[in-house]
Design a binder for this molecule. Structure first.
Ligand code: NDP
Ligand code: MG
Length: 386
């Protein structure tokens, strides 16, 4: 029986690499559902190639075109966010890969957890926004959440065989992004073109900007807190520009385990699909003979203030990480439209953290409201004060 995989966000960077993994193991995996937001031509091409049971386009205005383009094939075609949230619950689905970007991933992920579909989690924003709620939902339903983010996959791989051995520290590595060595004066004038050019990874635009500001690493700290049940002070970030060590775990006896490899997302995607097994992979191997040095630095929280803001939000708890996520989504979009400078992003997020109503024990409805409110206030800060 082939594992039936629903790929939410199949047209993105993670989605397309997941389809490559499926193509390399046609005897093991099949794409059951493919979804996109508005890149309809890419979705059509993927559907023709992979012949899934169904496709969903979130943006409803593309429905007619998608339906007509696939009318010669027995593929069900749906549109809209509600359809996307419902489809993850279909009985034949064995695993849901959440590879859509941003807050939009929260609702479908919650539905998949309720339907007891194991989650291969790429959409870290889901755990940033509502980690406590997601963990509780997964616990109640007995639904496993397997990390796809390379750092968390590394930690997960280090934890294999360590059942019952407490974690002393999780050490997340960070490449430092394209501006690792820039001064604040230089950071003040960087362009989106520079920020979109990541030294080690090819990723979607939003996460590439988050990597440049190090908000991505801040989000990964929050993600680690919920995935591995560790406290904020047990999570350390170390800058490791070569991106060879994907992350580490330190145990009670002081031993540190690390996972190394080429920077290639197909490995963590495949491991989430195949866990606890490992499957053959044809992509390039790390050659330690050509990798002459592995270096480590402390992250600079003055130059990369977003990382500090994410730690602050995690320590405050409640809906604060949700506020930071929403403010960050607005700021990244504004930066990509040249409406705001690189360093301004942190100032705007910090102000939104002050202004949006803090809720210590948020319900799902509180998160929805917080997200809306934080977006509104962030837009207000952007238009009124800049
Ligand atoms: P991309 O921008 O490349 O792809 C995002 C996908 O989600 C696309 O299929 C897009 O559709 C779809 N999408 C976007 N917005 C919506 C929406 N509102 N509703 C429904 N679908 C939507 O992103 P990435 O693949 O880079 O990242 C995806 C997730 O994985 C993010 O959460 C990111 O943080 C995480 N991640 C990514 C890594 C990477 O290497 N890329 C590494 C680790 C984590 P369309 O094509 O139509 O726009
Ligand atoms: Mg990562």
């Amino acid at each position: 029986m082939k594992k039936q995989i629903a790929i939410l966000g199949s047209t993105g960077s993670i989605g397309t690499q997941a389809l490559q993994v499926i193509e390399e193991h046609p005897d093991q995996y099949e794409a059951y559902v493919l979804t996109a937001n508005h890149r309809v031509e890419e979705l059509i091409a993927q559907a023709r190639r992979h012949q899934p049971e169904a496709v969903v386009i979130a943006d409803e205005q593309h429905y007619q075109h998608l339906k007509e383009a696939l009318s010669d094939l027995p593929i069900k075609v749906y549109a809209g966010m509600d359809a996307l949230c419902q489809i993850v619950q279909e009985a034949p689905i064995d695993m849901v890969l959440t590879a859509m970007v941003g807050y939009a991933g929260l609702r479908p992920t919650m539905n998949a957890i309720r339907a007891r579909k194991p989650i291969a989690l790429a959409n870290k924003e889901t755990l940033v926004v509502a980690g406590e709620l997601i963990n509780e939902l997964a616990r109640v339903n007995g639904t496993p959440i397997l990390p796809v983010d390379s750092e968390h996959s590394a930690v997960f791989q280090c934890l294999t065989g360590e059942v019952g051995n407490p974690i002393e520290k999780v050490i997340l590595t960070a490449s430092g992004g394209p501006f690792r060595t820039f001064s604040r004066e230089q950071l003040a004038v960087v362009t989106k073109e520079q920020a979109l050019h990541h030294p080690n990874w090819q990723m979607g635009a939003k996460i590439t900007i988050d990597s440049a500001t190090m908000m991505n690493k801040g989000f990964e700290v929050i993600e680690a807190r919920w995935l591995f049940g560790v406290q904020p002070e047990q999570i350390e970030v170390v800058v490791h520009p070569q991106s060879v060590i994907h992350s580490m775990v330190q145990f009670e006896d002081g031993a540190i385990k690390a996972q190394l490899g080429m920077p290639d997302m197909r490995l963590p995607i495949q491991y989430a699909f195949s866990y606890p097994d490992r499957l053959h992979a044809s992509f390039p191997r790390l050659d330690l003979r050509t990798c002459t040095s592995l270096t480590f630095e402390q992250p600079d929280l003055q130059r990369f203030r977003n990382l500090a803001l994410a730690y602050e939000a995690l320590n405050q708890g409640g809906n604060m990480p949700c506020i930071v996520n929403a403010a960050n989504e607005i700021c990244v979009a504004a930066f990509l439209q040249d409406r705001i400078s690189f360093l301004d992003m942190s100032d705007v997020i910090a102000e939104a953290m002050q202004r949006v109503n803090f809720i210590r024990k948020p319900t799902y409805e509180d998160y929805v409201q917080t997200d809306t409110e934080a977006r509104r206030i962030t837009e207000e800060i952007l238009t009124n004060e800049r």
